[in-house]
Ligand binder design. Sequence first.
Ligand code: GDP
Ligand code: IMO
Ligand code: MG
Length: 436
Amino acid sequence: MNDSNYGLGNVTAVLGTQWGDEGKGKLVDILSKEFQIIARATGGANAGHTIYVPNPLNKDETAKFIFHLIPSGVLHENKTAVLGNGVVIHIPTFIEELDTLKQYNIDLSGRLFISDRAHIVFDYHKKIDALEEEQKGEAKVGTTLRGIGPAYQDKIARRGVRMGELLDFENFSEHVRRTFIQLKALYKGLKHDIDDELKKLRDFVGVIRPFITDTSFYLNKSIDEGKTVLIEGANGLHLDIDHGTYPFVTSSNASVGGIITGTGIGIGKIKSVVGIMKAYVTRVGSGVFPTELTDETGNALREKGGEYGSTTGRPRRCGWFDAVVGRYAVMINGLTSVNLTKLDVLDELETIKICNGYKYKGKKLNSMPSSVEMYKDLELDYLELPGWKTDTSKALKFEELPENAKKYVLKIEELIKCPINFIGVGVRRDQIIYKN
Ligand code: GDP
Ligand code: IMO
Ligand code: MG
């Protein structure tokens, strides 16, 4: 890895490889130092990307930021942030994030662009999200209730409202009302004051308008001019609408496909794809989770790893590292390298397990089952490795890790068949190890 750009290409994507919350925000914040533009491509405020950095107002203190919509790189001065066309934007949440940044004297004027083609999440989408979950009863997805599914539903049904429409508020309002009438007919239980929502949105228009542009054009032009672009994925591969554990997934492509459609950057321009993989696995919400631990070890991982949702505060389900899940993410995304995160969380364990295969009715499977029903009869093949019982949080180099921790990392690298070039050993920017 070079010191300058860690061996990454001029256009690099960072993607979640499990069920989200792998630590994407932390790596994006670290890598942003070396990139000029940082773009979000998919998802919305279902994402919660946490970073711990020196407080911009007092460098002796640490500040915690949780980004839901704005890319995690904006804490570095002079970086340009982009919300691409694939993102769905809840305007009040976006304004709240802008305001939080302002409190730290971080002003994004002139260095933030929002796609005119990005769809808007309205408050009625959040209500529909809750209605859908209620209707599903036991089979509910356990969504973040941020209105993500209903907003993408409107996009696909070709009745969605896009950011660019805000440039003409009268036409915009008319379109919103038309869509809302359709939705009321579809969802009988939907109660919502659309006039009130439009009134509130009108107040934000002045702030939002200057940010709106054709971001696909901007990104491609910037790349052609030699600028570097880092794309921040949201959610995780196994939450992907196509490749994830459907129907317990989100409503967009969290895989590399979403990066391309969600930014308008052609596939040939994306030079590196880094997968973020937690050294164990977590999941928040419902759905299959083969290596889940519902015992004391699971609780210990949750407490040591601070595994509580950054968007909803829900406790995250925890389990052993699953190499089947990892390999699938490497394959679908064509990952060029991996950041193994939160190795330090395993420091106190006596022994550590890795799942390396699934059997269904006694037969070895080659990949992830497509049907959630099949997961009920899965048999898991586990490897067991000795723990290291040593603090890794101060290690600066791979050579400084305890022997058993090195063996654990190298075993995962061998099983997922992708180089692990970054290893996380704590929440801070300096708690990362670069490995060749
Ligand atoms: P994201 O959604 O993928 O950005 O991840 P989240 O921010 O939701 O959750 C990851 C959590 O793990 C955050 O609180 C991070 O501060 C924390 N984290 C990231 N990398 C590491 C690491 O290497 N070690 C530890 N202990 N925590 C980490
Ligand atoms: P980041 O970017 C973890 C999960 C929800 C739910 C399912 C569908 O922080 O990794 P949705 O609200 O998208 O309709 O919910 O997907 N989910 C996430 N879980 N991290 C995320 O984002 C998630 N985004 C969605 O918990 O199970
Ligand atoms: Mg998160």
